[in-house]
Design a protein around this ligand. Structure first.
Ligand code: FAD
Length: 321
């Protein structure tokens, strides 16, 4: 059945996040030959519309307002609902990001709709769209079919491959005016923590350190390897609790959930709460002194050894490539 599907293009620092293109690819599947309409919300963001189109959206609707410069639950809900009311979609896709996790249930409740969250794949079976999502901290997957009403889903970053960029694609980018009023939250200022390099939740390569790094300086060899591989550095809660690094790097059940192409765990034992955040990585390499460490159970490649010897060796080898 051909459907009209809306996809939110998520903007950060003036650029579209990768998950937006992944959501377009997912929406394309769900549209089943229908129309994929990109949605942009913000201030001066209309120019990003063409990128969404080149990655597969048919056209884009932009809601621009000074009050939408920063994300607020109220403001974005009002803007998105204005698009929904004007477009009357049969499907809605957002990234399963901090923004998507906040916005999607609000929209779903306003539309009295269900929501399939944290989708990692979409299959087709017997004429139905089947949404695959991890449950029990990634230990199992469940498959869901939407039998009635709106198809509304959030897409976990780094799981669905975006469509190839097609420079020849063109489509309309139109603006929609929406009354953004009675905001209960107004962002006065955003104070960023100094963070360098690649965004952890979208990184293709992650080098993660655990308590085995032994100190804040112990992260230095991991930073060097990450730099050579163009990756990001993450951490176990053990390393964060020990004050070796900031909690913004924590991966796991109470930290970030990541799905990079390559995850290198250095000095991490592999507690179940850590595995919950990384076990769906495509290739896992574990470096640990203890051959019995639990992390080896989920690793594709295991190196039993001292991370302070192994990591610099890897860095040197990768530099040669
Ligand atoms: P450890 O378990 O101490 O492991 C350190 C490892 O380093 C060991 O395996 C050791 O053999 C190895 N090692 C030591 N020196 C070297 C060396 N020189 N070279 C190589 N290897 C070396 N944890 C998370 O990570 N993320 C979460 O989100 C999270 N949420 C939690 C939520 C709850 C409710 C609870 C109760 C716990 C949570 N935890 C979480 C904590 C989790 O249970 C573990 O305590 C934590 O993951 C352990 O961190 P670690 O592997 O770095 O440390």
């Amino acid at each position: 059945m051909a459907r009209k599907v809306l996809v939110l293009g998520e903007v950060r620092d003036g650029a579209l996040r990768n998950v937006s293109f992944e959501a377009v690819a997912a929406a394309k599947k769900a549209a089943e030959g229908g129309e994929v309409v990109g949605v942009l919300i913000g201030d001066s963001i209309q120019s990003l519309g063409n990128s969404l189109i080149k990655y597969g959206a048919d056209r884009v609707v932009a809601v621009e307002d000074e009050k939408l410069k920063q994300y607020t639950s109220d403001g974005f809900t009002q803007a998105f609902m204005a698009v929904v009311e004007s477009e009357k979609p049969e499907g809605i896709f957002l990234g399963h990001t901090a923004l998507g996790k906040d916005l999607s249930p609000r929209i779903a409740s306003k539309l009295n709709s269900g929501l399939v969250s944290d989708v990692t794949d979409i299959e087709e079976s017997g004429g139905n769209l089947v949404f695959v999502r991890p449950i029990y901290s990634g230990k199992a997957f469940e498959k869901k079919i939407v039998t009635d009403g709106l198809i509304f889903a959030t897409i976990r970053p780094n799981n669905i491959t975006p469509l190839e960029k097609d420079e020849s694609r063109s489509g309309e980018v139109t603006s929609l005016s929406a009354e953004i009023k009675d905001l209960r939250t107004v962002i006065k200022e955003v104070v960023r923590k100094a963070s360098e390099g690649v965004d952890l939740s979208e990184a293709k390569v992650i080098i993660a350190g655990g308590r085995g790094v032994k100190s804040a300086d112990g992260f230095n060899p991991l930073n060097e390897l990450a730099q050579v591989l163009g990756g990001a550095v993450g951490a176990s809660r053990g390393a964060c609790d020990a004050d070796y690094c900031d909690y913004s790097l924590q991966i796991g059940q109470t930290g970030k959930v990541v799905t990079p192409d390559l995850y290198i765990a250095c000095g991490i034992s592999g507690a179940i709460q850590h595995l919950a955040g990384m076990s769906n990585s495509k290739v896992i390499v574990a470096i640990n002194k203890d051959p019995e460490a639990n992390i080896f159970k989920v690793a594709d490649y295991g190196i039993v050894g001292d991370l302070f010897e192994v990591v610099p060796m890897l860095t040197e080898e990768f530099k040669k490539l």
